[in-house]
Design a protein around this ligand. Structure first.
Ligand SMILES: [Zn+2]
Length: 190
């Protein structure tokens, strides 16, 4: 899938919102991504996870690994497209762990998947957890990377789309300066 096609999917599902947003960091931005608009739609979820699977289709992936909650849907889609098991980690007291009897056998060729990353924090946690289980990490594939510069995970990594997140302190926000009202929305995404 070309970046332009993915961008179209994100726009058509309403996942990319333009306006004046207060981010969880406290900074202001003119763009917001609500990933669940893509994940809730069967066609768009299928398209994006197929494109993610294609990035590592010839890498003999044996297990796809994501992080709850968005990662459950992404890992499920990529796993189905690669025809391999898909599992997810979840947080217990802030720590990323495997529950529900999920296992990563030593030496498993593992593909880590994530939806929208900004700092890559959850991906670094998945890598650490996979390394603890002595997995063979084939790579990391992200749906959208919002970092200003490509993040170095220390393993092979790809993103279907780069949409650098531009944000400002409230004092320097051009939208505040022009008295643009804040856009109201749910605070569930990144
Ligand atoms: Zn502002």
């Amino acid at each position: 899938m070309k970046s332009s096609e993915l961008l179209k999917v994100l726009e058509e599902t309403g996942a990319i919102l333009n306006g004046h947003f207060l981010l969880t960091s406290g900074r202001h931005s003119d763009r917001y991504i609500e990933k669940f608009r893509v994940l809730e739609n069967p066609d768009s979820l299928d398209k994006v996870t197929q494109a993610m699977a294609d990035e590592y289709r010839n890498s003999n992936v044996e297990l796809v690994f994501g992080a709850a909650i968005g990662g459950i849907l992404i890992a499920g889609g990529v796993g189905r497209h690669l025809g391999v098991k898909h599992i997810f980690s979840e947080r217990v007291d802030g720590e990323m762990v495997l529950r529900r009897g999920f296992e990563i056998p030593e030496g498993t060729r593992l593909l880590i998947v994530e939806d929208v990353i900004t700092t890559g924090g959850s991906v670094f946690e998945l890598i650490k957890l996979a390394q603890k289980h002595k997995a063979d990490i084939v790579g990391v594939v992200n749906l959208v990377e919002r970092a200003l510069e490509k993040i170095d995970f220390g393993v092979s990594s790809k993103a279907l789309l780069h949409l650098p997140s531009v944000s400002w302190d409230a004092e320097n926000c051009p939208l505040c300066k022009s008295n643009t009202p804040m856009t109201q929305r749910g605070r569930t995404g990144k």
